[in-house]
Design a protein around this ligand. Structure first.
Ligand SMILES: *[C@@H]1O[C@H](CO)[C@@H](O)[C@H](O)[C@H]1NC(C)=O
Ligand SMILES: *[C@@H]1O[C@H](CO)[C@@H](O)[C@H](O)[C@H]1NC(C)=O
Ligand SMILES: *[C@@H]1O[C@H](CO)[C@@H](O)[C@H](O)[C@H]1NC(C)=O
Ligand SMILES: *[C@@H]1O[C@H](CO)[C@@H](O)[C@H](O)[C@H]1NC(C)=O
Ligand SMILES: *[C@@H]1O[C@H](CO)[C@@H](O)[C@H](O)[C@H]1NC(C)=O
Length: 398
């Protein structure tokens, strides 16, 4: 079958760099908390224009700390300069009210920055309500970790909790909620999706794009695709009817193979015995104005079997191909292969990969929580008086 040059997706991480601002968009429905910012303080981020407020009215525990001075530079976004750390209690939670039934992208951002001057990277867990979403492990003091899930909360509030696992003090730098369209990122059975990778394929720099380029403030990072080559256009790529609306700046570059007969392959690693389901979203747009004798069409194969096609990207209009149900089986080897009559190699402009997470236990009824929250306010109880009061057993409230 010729030559195969595979690209493996690495997991999220890396550093936030500069952004380009192009389009003005409003921030309706955004909840942007700069954790550890003094109470009642706020600011607009100079690069993104995102309006951040203090997290103080969303959490009643924790200490405000600043990262060490070498991390408070212009290259490091202001949200990362402070953290809220939780030296007390096994479980500390943010309580955020929002609109019930809305699909949200919920993102925690974490940079250790040696805020406690101990130089020890902590390990801790992140929960949504009673459900564990992920564990946090840092590779360095300057590593910025983003944890994102797409979730439709059934109630009008959400608890985002940090759990102490006896491996250091939990902390958080920023917490953000972004409303998404309700016909995007839909999983079977209403399960939630945790971000594995979101890549601006074909980009040549190391820029990161988010709001305002992306009206939903998804963060798109460049991957280094040495085995592929890039195509680009200086023109605007339109979303048309595509509800995913990947940003034009991301869609205006595409990865392709060096010759038409080579497949464009990529895969991601799944830990052994991990039977999780995955969803993939591949975003395509033609970025070259094709001549009369040129034609680009390709099929998408998964693990050697036909999966979708043919894809014939429209010039300067984007199109998203995605899984309608969870992909399972522990092996996810995608191969984009030109059709017989295609004269040009396959392309891909952007790709997103998500893992299904089941947030099984339902949170306690709204009335109960409101009653407990009121009790808290009246009696001024602070320690551990947060999160879903009933689950899990190990963290039952007193
Ligand atoms: C924050 O604002 C509230 C309401 O205006 C006020 O009661 C509180 O004292 C302020 N807190 C600080 C630290 O200024
Ligand atoms: C999705 O959103 C649209 C517009 O906001 C609304 O009219 C529609 O009822 C929603 N659909 C569902 C299933 O929530
Ligand atoms: C690609 O394949 C076609 C037919 O299979 C062949 O004619 C052509 O020479 C090949 N091109 C390259 C660059 O290998
Ligand atoms: C992906 O599939 C292609 C053939 O479809 C194969 O040559 C390649 O080795 C596979 N890569 C991985 C990592 O499984
Ligand atoms: C390429 O082949 C497909 C399927 O055989 C056909 O539908 C399409 O019209 C062809 N395109 C061109 C430009 O020949």
């Amino acid at each position: 079958m010729g030559m195969f040059e595979d690209f493996r997706f690495s997991l999220l991480g890396g550093f936030a760099l500069s952004l380009l601002l192009v389009l003005a968009q409003d921030q309706t429905g955004f909840i942007s908390l700069a954790c550890g910012l003094p109470e009642n303080s706020s600011y607009s981020d100079p690069t993104t224009d995102i309006y951040y407020i203090s997290d103080a009215s969303f959490v009643s525990t924790g200490a405000i700390m600043s990262v060490s001075p070498e991390f408070r530079t212009n290259e490091v976004r202001q949200q990362l300069w402070n953290v809220r750390s939780f030296p007390d209690g096994d479980r500390n939670c943010y309580y955020i009210r929002h609109t019930a039934g809305v699909r949200y992208l919920i993102r925690g951002t974490f940079m250790y920055g040696n805020y406690d001057a101990k130089g020890e990277l902590p390990v801790f867990d992140l929960h949504i309500g009673p459900n564990k979403c992920d564990s946090l492990k840092f590779e360095s003091a300057s590593a910025v970790i983003y944890k994102e899930i797409i979730h439709v909360p059934s109630s009008s509030y959400i608890h985002v909790c940090l759990l102490n696992t006896d491996s250091g003090t939990p902390f958080i730098s920023a917490l953000e909620l972004r409303p998404l369209r309700n016909n995007t990122y839909v999983s079977e059975s209403g399960n939630s999706l945790a971000l594995v990778a979101r890549a601006d394929t074909g980009a040549t720099g190391s820029q990161i794009f988010r709001y305002k380029d992306d009206k939903f403030d998804r963060i798109w990072s460049t991957e280094s695709f040495s085995v592929w080559t890039s195509l680009s256009t200086p023109l605007i790529v339109n979303a048309g009817q595509n509800p995913y609306e990947p940003p034009s700046v991301v869609m205006s570059t595409a990865a392709t193979t060096k010759d038409a007969n080579t497949s464009l392959n990529f895969y991601w690693d799944v830990p052994p015995n991990d039977n999780s389901g995955y969803y993939i979203y591949m975003h395509f747009a033609e970025v070259e104005e094709l001549k009369a004798n040129q034609y680009r069409a390709f099929n998408v194969n998964l693990n050697g079997n036909f999966w979708y096609g043919p894809v014939v990207p429209d010039y300067l209009y984007d199109f998203t191909v995605y899984s309608q149900s969870a992909l399972t089986g522990g092996r996810f080897n995608f191969s984009l292969t030109r059709t017989e009559n295609s004269t040009l190699p396959p392309i891909i402009n952007a790709v997103e990969i998500y893992k299904v997470i089941q947030l099984l236990q339902t949170e306690t009824g709204q009335e109960d929580v409101d009653a407990i929250i009121n009790t808290k306010l009246i009696y001024g109880v602070t320690r551990n008086w947060q999160g879903d009061p009933c689950f899990p057993q190990a963290y039952m409230w007193n």
